[in-house]
Design a protein around this ligand. Sequence first.
Ligand code: CA
Length: 85
Amino acid sequence: MTRMSATAKEKLENFFIRLKKIIVRNGLSLRRVFNDFDTNDIKGQLSFEEFKYMVQKISKDITIEEAQMAFNLIDEDHSNSIEFE
Ligand SMILES: [Ca+2]
């Protein structure tokens, strides 16, 4: 696994903080946000493409590599998709 740089770590932390703020500010749930970005044929799972789109919508300064790191962190079973639990 690639070691995460301090900058990447900081950016990802900011992303999660921003995501939380958006949810709270708009009275949304994490499930609602998840569903909004779950747009391809496979429902109930976010592919990397869907996840990357969500991440870059929320934090425009996050690179594809950083999005991939975040994805790998969340995708604990390495299924290449994120399930809502
Ligand atoms: Ca999907």
